[in-house]
Design a protein around this ligand. Structure first.
Ligand code: SAH
Length: 191
């Protein structure tokens, strides 16, 4: 099974009709489509990407889905100012898929510093029982450093006592450059 499917299966088990979800790196929109398929017509999908092509392609892919859809042509590091305040503590699933947009300009890639900022903000938006998945690709140029920094950043955030989070790192063994899946679940409601 591909690691992206592992992430989707893990998220799927807690998604319900009416849920609020975020795709933090829309890309071709496949994760957004997956999310839209599990939140019914009354759910709300938010999507971020810094490339117009990614926004357009995702909108097209999701055109037959009836959930509410809001697309931001903004970096995910601006999540806190772009998302409605009322959605803090209400989001059931947030997906990150790092690296570049397949079939597009490989110079436009995610960056460890902004990714870490976005992950910290994401945690504030998670509901109790909400889940965050991050696909990291150590195999490409600069990917290894990004992977290391993101894992370090997330480990630090998850170990803060005010965040009651479970953190798992799933690695594909025997292939050092293979993608890594990070999974975070918020166990307790924010106080
Ligand atoms: N999830 C996608 C693949 C994502 S590719 C799929 O399933 O097809 C990574 C995407 O992240 C690219 O489209 C790139 O434009 C976007 N990206 C890069 N930096 C970003 C940032 N700071 N905020 C949001 N998106 C970003």
């Amino acid at each position: 099974m591909r690691l992206t499917e592992v992430a989707q299966n893990w998220l799927k088990s807690s998604l319900m009709e009416g849920d609020v979800v975020i795709d933090a790196t829309l890309g071709n929109g496949f994760d957004a489509l997956f999310l839209a398929e599990h939140i019914g017509d009354s759910g709300h999908l938010y999507g971020f990407d810094i490339q117009v092509e990614a926004i357009n392609q995702s909108k097209q892919l999701l055109s037959s889905k009836h959930c509410k859809q809001t697309f931001f042509l903004h970096g995910h590091q601006h999540m806190e100012i772009m998302m409605p305040l009322s959605s803090k503590g209400k989001v059931k699933a947030i997906m990150f898929n790092l690296g570049w947009l397949p079939g597009s300009d490989k110079r436009i890639i995610t960056d460890a510093a902004t990714t870490i900022a976005a992950l910290e903000q994401s945690i504030m938006f998670l509901a109790q029982g909400g889940k965050l998945s991050v696909m990291v690709y150590p195999g490409h140029d600069g990917g290894e450093t990004e992977a290391m920094q993101v894992i370090q950043g997330l480990t630090q955030t998850c170990s803060q006592p005010k965040n009651s989070l479970s953190f798992e790192k799933i690695v594909v063994l025997h292939r050092p450059t293979a993608p890594v899946l990070l999974q975070v679940e918020k166990l307790v409601k924010d106080v």
